[in-house]
Design a binder for this molecule. Sequence first.
Ligand code: FAD
Length: 621
Amino acid sequence: MDYPNRFDVIVIGGGHAGTEAALAAARMGCQTLLLTHNIETLGQMSCNPAIGGIGKSHLVKEIDALGGAMALATDLGGIQFRVLNARKGPAVRATRAQADRVRYKAAIRGMLENQPNLTLFQQGVDDLIVENDTVRGAVTQTGIRFHAETVVLCTGTFLGGVIHIGMDNHAGGRAGDPPANALAQRLRALPFHVSRLKTGTPPRIDAKSVDFSVLEEQPGDTPTPVMSYLGSREMHPPQASCHIAHTNERTHEIIFANLDRSPMYSGVIEGIGPRYCPSIEDKVHRFADKTSHQVFIEPEGLDTHELYPNGISTSLPFDVQLQVVRSIKGLENAHITRPGYAIEYDFFDPRDLRHSLETKFIHNLFFAGQINGTTGYEEAGAQGLLAGLNAARRALGQESWSPRRDEAYLGVLVDDLITMGTQEPYRMFTSRAEYRLLLREDNADLRLTETGRRLGLVDDARWATFETKREAIERETARLQSSWVQPRSAEADRLNAKLPKPLNREYNLFELLKRPELTYSDIASFKDDAVSDEAVAEQVQIQAKYQGYIDRQQDEIDKLKRHEATPLPADIDYDRVEGLSNEIRQKLTAARPETLAQAGRISGVTPAAVSILLIHLKKRR
Ligand code: FAD
């Protein structure tokens, strides 16, 4: 049957990409349908119940700055919060939260159910309606035909999913869920480039069978960090600790002795796994000289005894998994509640996508999440928000939008994917961004919320909170810049105690905040009126201390933009341009771009390479 209502946007798949896509399209005012296998699994974390971490929290905060759900759901479901790299510079600081799996999922479902313009429907999608290379809708497994202007596909690890435990394998989208095979076959018939990737998960353990007394406890940070710009500590449920265990030589011996029973090492699995989240058999094999690896024993939630042993993802047979787990100190009597497994699935070469995440071959069809070769909830959520936004803009007859590499990690993620593609599951790192100091997790709102408001993604309440914060930062910066400390005053004496040399002239408080020895709390209470909002104080302090570096990065970006029209001489010998990789030299030699802007648009030619070309041109003159 044809469903009687016509939608603006259909989103297929209610994982991390699909839920952000559906919420974004609906926030834009589009009539949106979210079609998913099972409403009970909306927002389900397929693997470890944790959000954020290095590079990833930047994406979570960008999703949040653009009005998305992930950060707020983390504040509502987070049971242990930490700031990683807290002693390092602000560019690489990253908030990570252990989440209660059930609370997180409930928070996402609540937001979906309460979102105006959004309709949910539970059923697998087997087919797309495509006419004249344009998608027109989707057909479910019982033949219901839903029609829409645009479709966003967010099917995760489900397309042609095969689950492996030892030499046994069976079809599945993830443990307990069916694969999406009919849809996978249909997509394979369309002109996309399809390959296989793999990922894996560890066995889960019953906490009642673990001896915590011999494990190292790892509590969350105090004061407890908060993930969302709209979040607060009061939103958090009670907090819990994680624990740290270690593999040992015996563990590694067991793994080595059974590698021939691993589907990865016996050639049963063809897909490439995530390099930065390897299985324990991979770690033991690749780092054969290491006698121990850390295992973080993480709670799955407050109302369950199940534990997630982070660091021993495996697809070895169950009997070997049990030996591996029980070889670890503290886990000698551990009971495994669910075996670990690996999953292989179809993904599509993201070079077949535009910056908007629309496919190049089928108009109005957008792809987001693991289907594009990424791994991780955060990477999926960020792409989902962008694809949902652009599907809505297309339905509304508006131009697409995508952030630049100097505006957001989301810009880096999409640009990397669509220009370079990926041969292994792609995850975000701070090292992937050229302008790390500008793209901090603390300033995602200052970078993106105004744009989000213009695009229709940011509601009145978020906008009001943002404006209040932005004004407070400006007011406090102005106050510090106009508050002066005289040498030999009582105030100077207090500061001199912390400084290598006493102050010898008058300084304003903002200048003093640039000193590495002084913090906001050292100078703020001078001349009354220190701000109590920690986020405002943090922002003022970062801007003071890093202004020089931030300005320099901004200059670099402006310079590159100014020189985009600069011609590249026809006779340029790229082999003689110092600092370029061989791959980029070959690409430039083959393409012979006429301007720097054209060079920058060649797949794989990074902004850093364009900078090198600019310097080379200056030297030639
Ligand atoms: P998913 O979260 O997979 O969601 C897909 C959704 O689409 C599901 O709700 C599904 O039911 C629905 N769906 C699929 N096909 C259809 C259809 N035809 N019709 C209707 N609905 C459909 N990430 C990490 O960062 N680290 C890890 O260690 C890690 N390990 C993993 C281990 C395993 C075993 C798995 C399965 C995943 C792992 N991941 C890991 C990846 C992480 O789960 C994904 O990156 C993330 O969930 C991707 O989000 P997504 O929205 O793209 O897809």
